[in-house]
Ligand binder design. Structure first.
Ligand code: DX5
Ligand code: ZN
Length: 219
């Protein structure tokens, strides 16, 4: 039985000047809305803070990807922003994802996210091995395998990350695995073969004349 594929379009490639129109153009066809937060330190780009997240509106849960140094300092503010963006019900189905490379004490950070009532995710850069998170595989709701070096949309898919996805799926068949970066209607096939559950796509969706068709082509 083919497993269910969830699609999480990334709004990094959307027009921030009309972000709520942009979200409304995709949320009917999406399972999660991927919100890329960048601080200009952990990655060489800056996007938005918790205040702007709070002004967003979405009818689907958020998947907030924190590409920031020292995320512990900001998770409660981002959690507040998500609650105002998606409302109480979808809040509990929304994810805060921190980078393994940016955390000093990952188990504590994941516990803090869950204590706020959200789902907790951890992201691994392409060069970070799966065993960097071996100790938290039972505590995390989702693992994000980056298939680009984080910071920008529209980059080329790094297919040498796929063995990491295969290994994690073998170890924890029930663990949700998300692929983030360079996903399109071609590379999505590699992701599904490797056992991924959630596909993030930014440029492929927002540069397409038919966003609904682009999203459906990934499933
Ligand atoms: C990159 C972000 C990704 C990116 C995906 O640092 O984490 O979510 O926006 O965009 P595409 O699909 O264009 O690679
Ligand atoms: Zn992302």
């Amino acid at each position: 039985m083919s497993q269910r594929i969830y699609i999480a379009p990334s709004i990094l490639s959307a027009d921030f000047g009309k972000i709520n129109e942009e979200i409304a153009s995709i949320d009917p066809y999406s399972d999660l809305i991927h919100v890329d937060v960048m601080d200009g330190h952990f990655v060489p780009n800056i996007t938005f803070g918790p205040g702007q997240v709070g002004h967003m509106r979405s009818k689907k849960p958020f998947d907030v990807h924190l590409m920031i140094e020292n995320p512990d300092k900001y998770i409660s503010e981002f959690a507040k922003g998500v609650k105002s963006a998606v409302g109480e019900e979808l809040y509990a189905q929304s994810y805060l994802v921190v980078h393994q490379e940016a955390t000093k004490d990952l188990p504590t950070t994941l516990r803090a996210i869950k204590a706020l009532g959200m789902k907790a995710g951890v992201a691994l850069n392409p060069a970070t091995p799966w065993d960097a998170i071996e100790g938290v595989l039972d505590d995390v709701d989702m693992v994000v395998c980056m298939t680009v070096n984080p910071g920008f949309g529209g980059q080329k898919f790094i297919d040498s990350v796929m063995p990491k996805v295969v290994k994690l799926k073998e170890l924890k068949p029930k663990l949700l695995i998300e692929i983030d970066g360079g996903v399109n209607d071609q590379t999505s096939k590699l992701c599904k073969e490797a056992g991924a559950d959630v596909l993030v796509a930014g440029n492929f969706v927002f540069s397409s004349p038919d966003r609904k068709a682009a999203i459906e082509s990934l499933r």
